[in-house]
Write a protein that binds this ligand. Structure first.
Ligand SMILES: *Cc1c(COP(=O)(O)O)cnc(C)c1O
Length: 470
């Protein structure tokens, strides 16, 4: 260590001196002493490492070693520490369901209902009419049955849990037939074969990777067979020379052999996406109508609800799932149920659901609807970019549904692009803003997709970019 560094280190005031500075006294009035002492220590440690890391004394010419300056820096440290880590992020990537960004944002109605239930006591497991113990599932079961046409329904923590429970309750020590083309891994290491094994079921693969025929299932059925399972290949698309057995046909085969047809449909679409120009995806009511005995799906994918895993279908089978000991371990929370109930209520009026459930609204937006928003954003960005030598312009592009849903579907959008020498550095600085702004980088440009922005986020995005480029 150089002599000038040793001298500076000696000049750093001790903790108690910093605690006497006016800025620290103010902090001590607002916060626990232990927390303030920790923040001062952190500020001092930060200062020491700045001094030891400096190559030259002139690098530290702006260093302020007065106790009050150090107390202010401790206040900033404490402020940062008390900020939530899990917080709001602006998603300008156009990926509607982004697992890293919490998948589905919720409808206002769901948010309000979650807050109301969270604030006070509630009737989670209370039957108000009798005053006796009730079922937490009762609050959503009738709605789910009405919306899907199923006889019975229940909810657990997520769809991975729903599949595990379904297999554990119905297929333990039995063989389950699955097409080789559907033995998928879904993000976050949910692998169909592993879940089957956990559920105590023996996996029997039928068909080939690209083609599975009805006869492949029929040939594999034995006395040990417990069910035929269909899995939605949610995050990839097999293209070319392919064939799979649709649910209606699979259900017929299953029923001819006295077996249940189980379906893990993941994304949980409740409305016909064809109305948005998106290729048709079988909806939950269609799967039930086609004869699926149980269908599982996620709450926070295309349904647009909080994280949850639904099991809907035949009463007797749902009952067996409900009675399984795992159900207690996979039990869904009151806040989740409040959000799910409020979201499902919106589906009673489908047109309203599309407008008020953010996931559906964003998926429904056409390029023509997004173009004026992109033009407006480009205009505001250009005002903020005056003097930087950078300009924003709009271009055609595509958004993705993301989150393990609608693989291979490109949603036409209008992007705002800014070409620059170091787009990755600006992308990083945009992430460091409060709130952080997430963008795409492609071909030397940063790209903003208005599809996933709320109107009030346009201004926040513009000011974040302004700070990120200066
Ligand atoms: C997403 C998905 C899962 C996992 O659902 P989570 O709600 O994320 O647990 C399982 N199966 C399929 C087919 C999926 O698409």
């Amino acid at each position: 260590m150089k002599p000038w560094q040793q001298k500076l280190l000696r000049e750093i005031p001790p903790v108690n001196t910093v605690l006497d500075a006016p800025a620290a006294v103010q902090l001590l009035q607002q916060h626990d002493r232990e927390l303030v002492v920790q923040a001062v220590n952190a500020a001092l440690a930060d200062l020491r490492s700045q001094v030891t890391a400096a190559a030259d004394e002139s690098d530290l010419s702006r260093l302020d070693l007065t106790p009050d300056a150090l107390a202010r820096s401790a206040a900033a440290q404490l402020d940062l520490r008390l900020q939530p880590r899990l917080r709001r992020v602006i998603n300008a990537t156009g990926v509607v369901l982004h697992t890293n960004m919490g998948r589905s944002p919720l409808a206002d109605e769901a948010v309000a209902q979650i807050a109301r239930v969270a604030e006070r006591y509630n009737n989670l497991e209370l039957d108000i009419t009798t005053g006796e113990r009730g079922s937490r599932y009762a609050h959503v079961e009738e709605l789910l049955c009405r919306l899907t046409g199923a006889e019975a329904a229940m909810v657990v923590n997520n769809n991975a849990a729903a599949v595990l429970l379904m297999l554990s309750a119905l297929c333990s020590s039995r063989e389950v037939l699955v097409s080789r083309g559907e033995l998928v891994e879904i993000g976050g290491s949910f692998r169909v074969p592993d879940v089957m094994e956990q559920g105590g079921a023996r996996l029997v693969e039928v068909g080939t990777t690209n083609k599975t025929h009805p006869a492949d299932y029929v040939r594999a059925i034995r006395p040990e067979t417990g069910a035929l399972l269909k899995v939605h290949t949610s995050n990839f698309k097999l293209i070319g020379f392919t064939e799979d057995v649709p649910v209606a046909e699979l259900a017929t085969i299953a029923h001819e052999h006295g077996l249940p047809c189980l379906v893990d449909w993941g994304s949980g679409v409740m409305v016909d996406l064809a109305q948005f120009g998106i290729p048709h995806e079988a909806t939950m009511p269609e799967l039930i109508r086609d004869g699926a005995d149980l269908v599982t799906f996620s709450g926070d994918k295309l349904l647009g609800a909080p994280q949850g895993g639904f099991i809907v279908g035949k009463r007797e089978l749902v009952e067996r799932c409900r009675k399984h000991p795992l159900t207690r371990a996979l039990r869904v929370d009151k806040l989740t149920l409040a959000g799910i109930e409020a979201t499902l209520k919106l589906y009673l009026e489908p047109a309203k659901a599309i407008q008020s459930i953010p996931t559906l609204r964003m998926l429904s937006l056409s390029r023509a609807q997004l173009t004026p928003v992109a033009d407006d954003l480009a205009h505001r960005l250009n005002e903020a970019l005056i003097g930087t030598g950078l300009t924003a312009h709009t271009i055609d592009g595509f958004s993705q549904a993301g989150g393990g849903s609608l693989p291979g579907v490109d949603l036409p959008t209008r992007l705002v692009a800014i070409a620059m020498a170091a787009p990755h550095a600006v992308e990083r600085r945009l992430r460091e803003q409060d709130p952080p702004v997430m963008v795409r980088v492609s071909g030397g440009q940063i790209l903003f997709d208005p599809r996933t922005l709320w109107p009030e986020e346009l201004d926040l995005t513009v000011s974040a970019l302004r700070r990120a480029v200066v």
